[in-house]
Ligand binder design. Structure first.
Ligand code: SF4
Length: 458
């Protein structure tokens, strides 16, 4: 694996923990030709809004943008499933020359009549930004005509990184909340769960914890989401923000305009799940009953899972893991969870991390760990093999890299169907990791077979 070299312009986005000074170059546009693992602005907004199950999601652009994000998340719904349909205006050459506004309006009216959604989100793609369709004007006309909120999501793919798509989605969500004109009433001991997308039913697990603690969940943004519920979000006393990269703009906006404070949490792993629930309980310290119920619940949950984790830990002790995630915040929890299983992280990277995120990663990782920003398949392959990783944790785009290199893989991204949050999620995670790392198939890959005098081939 000595043949892979790193592009010169990428060198400041790769760091190996050691003696050299640390200053990660990040939050920049991807290097042309580097084949970044990042998705576009439109995709960023689509993944955030996607789980709102009773809304119409219409992609204004060529058909490819819609097919690229069709049913993009394993986000489950307890009711309607309109979110799983992928609607597109299917812009073609003629529309690019003469404009797509008429087509957009016709498509919207037709779809609203057929599916009776509670709101409609119109995603602007690259070409719409180029031809300059007035999507806001069409949305206003259709909203007046149909009476439902019709909201433009300004997510033209070329105008930034996936992170800008998160911001576009937050603007759209805030616009939806603002359409609720009823007087604000702050409900006691109540929260909004932000940045939770009900992958494999995770929202239901987290809601169950809060219900046992005596905390009221006003809305979840956007897991198992409903338009009306999202509009009630302004009545919560606290915003509890998970996956802070994607919805932090909304939390900040709600703090500024409604005075709702927010805390950042993670529900991944025993340590961070307990910390998240305790933080909420402490916030509502005027009601001591909540803290008591929280303590009892966490004790019971932890006692139930530790023996199972200990059994799997025996096989995983000392194994090495590579992590590549969207937002770096997720990587912090993963490092802790892998430590719980006795594993060491040898590569940690993210698509959208900030300077502060990478500094935290540096502090959490051992000497020699490779830390990467906005990486690409070749770098991920090179370093995970050089570091002899036994496990790669990533998403759908990293899976083939891991398998081609002969490394076990665990999907931690939004395509998966298994819940990994909370205490029961930690057991699922351990089972996934154990299953893939201990599979005998990895003994047969060329890298593990080094006949005398020959170097293992990749
Ligand atoms: S919005 Fe642009 S970058 Fe994103 S999928 Fe469509 S064409 Fe590609």
């Amino acid at each position: 694996m000595t043949s892979i070299s790193v592009l010169k312009q990428r060198e400041n986005q790769i760091y190996q923990k050691g003696n050299q000074p640390f200053k990660m170059e990040c939050e920049t546009k991807s290097l042309a030709g580097a084949v970044s693992q990042r998705a576009c602005v439109f995709c960023g907004s689509r993944v955030v809004l996607y789980p709102i199950a009773d809304a119409l999601h219409l992609i204004h652009g060529p058909i490819g943008c819609a097919s690229y994000t069709w049913d993009i998340r394993g986000a489950q719904s307890s009711g309607p499933e309109l979110h799983r349909m992928s609607f597109s205006t299917d812009l073609s050459e003629t529309d690019i020359i003469y404009g797509g506004e008429k087509k957009l309006k016709k498509a919207l009216l037709e779809l609203i009549e057929k599916y009776s959604p509670k709101a409609a989100f119109i995603y602007c793609t690259c070409i719409v930004g180029i031809i300059g369709d007035d999507v806001d004007a069409i949305c206003r006309q259709v909203e007046d005509q149909t009476g439902i909120p019709v909201i433009a999501v300004h997510s033209e793919g070329f105008k930034g990184t996936k992170k800008d798509g998160y911001k576009a989605a937050c603007d759209a969500l805030f616009s939806l909340i603002e359409r609720n004109k009823a007087p604000r009433v702050t409900l006691p001991d109540s929260i909004n769960i932000l940045g939770e997308f009900n992958i494999g039913g995770e929202t239901w697990i987290i809601k169950k914890y809060y219900e046992s603690m005596g905390v009221k969940v006003v809305s979840v943004i956007t897991g198992d989401g409903r338009v009306e519920e999202v509009q009630q979000a302004r009545n919560a006393a606290l915003n509890v923000v998970q996956c802070s990269g994607s919805v932090i703009h909304l939390a900040k906006q709600m703090e500024k305009d409604y005075g709702i404070p927010y805390i950042r949490v993670s529900y991944f792993g025993i340590e961070d799940t307990s910390d998240a629930l305790y933080q909420v309980a402490v916030f509502f310290d005027k009601n001591p009953e909540i803290l008591k119920k929280t303590q009892d619940m966490i004790r019971k949950e932890v006692q139930a899972i530790v023996p199972r984790l200990e059994t799997m830990k025996k096989d995983l002790e000392g194994k090495k893991a590579a992590i590549y995630v969207g937002g770096a915040f997720k990587a912090f929890s993963m490092i802790k969870a892998l430590k719980t299983l006795g594993m060491e992280v040898v590569l940690a990277g993210s698509q959208t991390g900030t300077q502060e995120d990478y500094e935290v990663l540096r502090q959490m990782c051992n000497e020699g760990t490779v830390i990467l920003d906005d990486s690409n398949p070749l770098e991920l392959a090179k370093y995970s093999v050089e570091k002899d990783a036994d496990l790669f944790i990533g998403g759908v785009k990293e899976r083939p890299i891991a398998y081609k290199m002969g490394i076990g893989f665990c999907d931690h991204n939004h395509e998966r169907k298994i819940p990994l949050v909370g205490f029961e999620g930690m057991v699922n995670f351990a089972k996934e990791v154990h299953g893939t790392v201990t599979s005998p198939v990895w003994d047969l890959v060329p890298r593990r077979q080094k006949p005398a005098g020959k170097e293992g081939a990749i």
